[in-house]
Design a protein around this ligand. Structure first.
Ligand code: DLL
Length: 432
C-alpha cells in the first residue's frame, strides 16, 4: 500500500502548522522570483513578511486563468528553464492555451499525489493499471501514469481511442484498474458488451475524473463494468490529476492538503466561505517549484468539510464538483448545469446517459432543446409511446431546472461518443 500515513492522518492542528510553514516559504519564493506576483503583492502593499501562518492566506491576491494567459507561456515560472523538466498545456475551449511547467521534484509530487488516489481506490503494486486518459499535453495520461508507477503497479499507457483495442488489451493483459474519463468508461462498457467481453475482463476498480459526473452515472458504470468506481479530481494549473481523490467510503474527495491548500470563496465578493457552504474552489500550491500558483481560482463549484473520515484520513474533503462556472448555462435567467440534466436522465429508464443541450435565441428569447438518446431496448417508432416519454422527461426537467425545455428523442448511438472529456453543449447564441 502506498499510503503516506504520517501526512494523511496528521492531526489537523499539526497539518495547519505544516501548511503555514510551507505557505510562508512559497510566498517568499514567488515574491522573489515571479515578477507578476511581486507586482500584485506590491499593488496592495503586501510584503512576504506579512504572511506568517495559514491564517494570513486570505490576505494574498488571487490568481486567475487570465494571469496565465497574460504571462503566456512562461511568465509565471519561479525557476530558470534549466530546471524545468516537463511542460504541459491545456487547450481550453476558448482563448490561448494555458501552459504549466514542472521541475523534477514537481513530477515526484505529482506521482505521489496521484499514487495516493490510486491507493485510496485499493490499488497496490500487484495491480495492472490501464490508463486510457489521453497522453500528451493533457495532464490526464501522464499524471495517472506517474501515479501507477509510483505505487509500483504495472502501468499500461494505452491512451485514449481505438476502443476495440482497449477491450482486447484489458482482456489479454488482465487490467485490474481502469483510469479514464467517466464518459469514456461508459463508452468502453458499451463496447465490451457488444464484444461479449464483460465477463472476460478482470477490472475491479475504476478511477474516473477530468469532468463532472453524477452518482447515478457512477452506479451505471459500476453495474455495467462490474467494478467499484472512484472519483479523482485535478486541474493542470495546480498539478493535474491527484489534487484530490475518493477513499473507499466515497464521501467526498480527500484533498492532498500538504501540497495544495483549498479554500471555498464567494465568487462575487472573493470572501472565504465556511465549511459546508458551496462556492468557488481556490487552491494554493505550497510545495511546487516551477509554477506555484497562489490562490488560484478554479471556477469549479464545490464545498469543503474538515470532519475526520471513517477511513482515518484527516485531510479536508471536497464534494464532487457540480461543474465549472464556465459550463453553467444561463437560459432565460435560470442557471443550468449539465450535471443536473444528467441526474434527471439517469432516473428515467428509457433514457441513456447520452444527451446534448442545444441552446438558441429566437425573437430575443433563449430556447433550450435537450436531445436525449434512447436506450436500445426501449426504442420504438410508435408515435404515442414517444410522445408520452417526451412529456414525462419535459415534466421532470421542468421541476428540476425550473425551466421548460423542448425534448427531442434520438435513436440509440446517434449522439457522438467521447474518448476524453464529453461535450454536452451546443450554444448557438454565441453566433449572434
Ligand atoms: O482534467 C486533470 C485531470 C485528469 C483530473 C484526469 C482528473 C483525471 P484540466 O484539463 O486542466 O485537467 O481540467 C481541469 O476539469 O477545473 C474541473 O472543471 C474538471 N474536472 C477535473 N476532474 C474533475 C472531477 C484535468 N473529478 C478541470 N469532477 C477542472 C468534476 C472535474 N470536474
Amino acid at each position: 500500500m502506498y499510503w503516506n500515513k504520517e501526512i494523511e492522518t496528521m492531526p489537523r492542528e499539526k497539518l495547519r502548522e505544516l501548511q503555514g510553514k510551507r505557505l510562508v516559504d512559497a510566498v517568499e519564493r514567488v515574491y522573489k522570483n515571479v515578477a507578476p506576483y511581486r507586482k500584485k503583492m506590491q499593488d496592495i502593499g503586501l510584503e512576504p513578511g506579512d504572511i506568517r501562518s495559514i491564517d494570513d492566506l486570505y490576505k494574498l491576491p488571487f490568481t486567475t486563468k487570465d494571469d496565465l494567459r497574460d504571462n503566456y507561456p512562461f511568465g509565471l515560472n519561479a525557476v530558470p528553464m534549466s530546471e524545468i523538466t516537463e511542460i504541459h498545456a491545456s487547450s481550453g475551449t476558448t482563448g490561448k492555451q494555458t501552459v504549466v511547467t514542472y521541475t523534477d521534484n514537481d513530477l515526484k509530487i505529482w506521482g505521489e499525489v496521484a499514487a495516493r488516489s490510486i491507493t485510496m481506490a485499493g490499488g497496490t503494486n500487484k495491480d495492472i493499471v490501464h490508463v486510457s486518459y489521453g497522453y500528451g499535453l493533457f495532464t490526464g495520461g501522464l499524471g495517472a501514469h506517474y501515479g501507477g508507477q509510483t505505487i509500483g503497479a504495472a502501468t499500461i499507457p494505452v491512451s485514449a481511442g481505438n476502443t476495440k483495442r482497449q477491450i482486447q488489451i484489458m482482456r489479454d493483459f488482465g487490467s485490474t484498474i481502469l483510469m479514464c474519463t467517466p464518459s469514456y468508461a461508459l463508452y468502453l462498457a458499451e463496447a465490451a458488451e457488444e464484444l461479449g467481453a464483460v465477463n472476460d475482463i478482470k477490472l475491479r476498480a475504476g478511477i474516473f475524473g477530468a469532468e463532472p459526473w453524477t452518482e447515478p452515472m457512477r452506479r451505471e458504470i459500476e453495474q455495467r463494468l462490474h467494478i467499484s468506481a472512484y472519483d479523482i479530481y485535478g486541474l493542470s494549473e495546480i498539478i493535474g490529476p491527484g489534487v484530490s481523490g475518493e477513499c473507499n467510503f466515497k464521501c467526498g474527495l480527500h484533498v492532498q492538503e500538504d501540497h495544495f491548500i483549498p479554500e471555498i470563496i464567494n465568487s462575487a465578493t472573493g470572501e472565504q466561505l465556511p465549511a459546508g457552504q458551496a462556492g468557488e474552489l481556490v487552491f494554493t500550491c505550497v510545495t511546487k517549484e516551477a509554477m506555484p500558483l497562489i490562490r488560484y481560482r478554479t471556477r469549479d463549484i464545490s464545498t469543503l468539510t474538515y470532519d475526520a473520515c471513517e477511513c482515518g484520513r484527516t485531510t479536508a474533503r471536497m464534494s464532487k464538483p457540480s461543474g465549472r462556472a464556465d459550463d453553467m448555462l444561463i437560459i432565460r435567467g435560470v442557471n443550468v448545469f449539465p450535471s443536473q440534466i444528467e441526474s434527471v436522465l439517469m432516473g428515467i429508464n428509457e433514457a441513456s446517459a447520452y444527451y446534448m443541450l442545444v441552446v438558441d435565441r429566437k425573437n430575443n428569447l433563449d430556447t433550450l432543446e435537450i436531445q436525449v438518446e434512447m436506450r436500445p431496448e426501449f426504442f420504438s417508432d410508435e408515435v404515442r409511446v414517444l410522445e408520452n416519454l417526451k412529456r414525462k422527461i419535459a415534466k421532470e426537467m421542468e421541476s428540476t431546472l425550473g425551466l421548460s425545455a423542448a425534448i427531442k428523442l434520438v435513436e440509440p448511438k446517434s449522439i457522438g461518443r467521447s474518448e476524453g472529456k464529453a461535450v454536452h453543449i451546443i450554444d448557438n447564441r454565441h453566433l449572434y
